[in-house]
Design a protein around this ligand. Structure first.
Ligand code: KIV
Ligand code: NA
Length: 278
């Protein structure tokens, strides 16, 4: 398949062809996602929670993102890859934002970056777009502001919240963003925003009215321990249980001598004499 472009994503919205997005953080996961036919891979800063063992995305660094984005690219040469701008690598002035985004494209080999925020980051979004960096917005629950928000709460329940969300979405579209993630937004508000915009919305916990969906790799596969159920996630496998029992079987095989077997070993050619002193 031809790699996706931001123009084709806009067309997909018009055609009501849902855009499928999954996160990935390394080579094997991105390779499997590409082989499975995903439209877009997001190297999310959920890296912090899913892979690095932090309880928020705040400790994730630009170096972390560059390293993981590069390995994702090596596994998915023909897929559109978006990389998250981590906490405080933007909102810190236009020049620093441009330089930091450049690293994700030049060193990480991403096609685009994603940033959390609306009207308040519109000028930085516009500067990036003018510099040739496609930007995906991210509104609703924005985990980089978790210390300010105070919890992983549903957004867009109150009328003034909903109105601000719409203003933010419009500001991102006007600034040149090519798509917007809506995270934990009530279904009616996410649907209304999607109808107001010409660029696609990608929902996570934002219901059926979005133009695409995104979920976290480790969530749909239950690849964590403990696995914590989330209402907005559908799980498609229980890899955590599979991995734990497989490792348990390996441990038990070595302890009992069931592994290795003869077929796992290397023997000498008949007649070969080595180590004669033994
Ligand atoms: O970091 C991430 O995985 C994200 C998605 C949940 C949208 O930002
Ligand atoms: Na993120």
């Amino acid at each position: 398949a031809q790699p996706l472009t931001i123009t084709k994503m806009k067309k997909m919205k018009q055609d009501r062809n849902p855009i499928t997005v999954l996160t990935a953080y390394d080579y094997p996961s991105s390779k499997l996602a590409e082989e499975a036919g995903i439209d877009v891979i997001l190297v999310g800063d959920s890296l912090g929670n899913a892979v690095l063992g932090y309880d928020t995305t705040i400790p994730v660094t630009l170096d972390d993102m560059v390293y993981h984005t590069r390995s994702v690219r090596r596994g998915a040469l023909n897929t559109f890859v978006v990389a998250d701008m981590p906490f405080m690598t933007y909102r810190i002035g236009r020049e620093a934002t441009l330089r930091n985004a450049a690293r994700l494209l030049q060193e990480g080999l991403a096609n685009a970056v994603k940033m959390e925020g609306g009207e308040d980051i519109a000028d930085e979004v516009q500067a990036l777009v003018h510099a040739g960096v496609p930007v995906m917005g991210h509104l609703g629950l924005t985990p980089q502001s978790i210390n300010q928000i105070g919890g992983y709460k549903i957004q867009g329940k109150l009328e003034q919240e909903a109105e601000q969300l719409l203003r933010d979405a419009k500001a991102l579209e006007a600034a040149g963003a090519f798509a917007i993630v809506l995270e934990l937004v009530t279904e009616p508000i996410a649907e209304a925003i999607s109808k107001e915009l010409s660029i696609p919305t990608i929902g996570i916990g934002a219901g059926r009215g979005c133009d695409g969906q995104v979920l976290v790799f480790h969530d749909i596969l239950q690849y964590s321990s403990p696995y914590r159920e989330k209402r907005f996630v559908k799980t498609y496998a229980d890899i955590g249980t599979t991995i734990r029992s497989a490792i348990g079987a390996y441990v038990s095989d070595v302890k009992t001598g069931a592994f290795p077997e003869e077929k796992h070993t290397f023997q000498l050619e008949p007649g070969t004499v080595v180590l004669p002193h033994l």
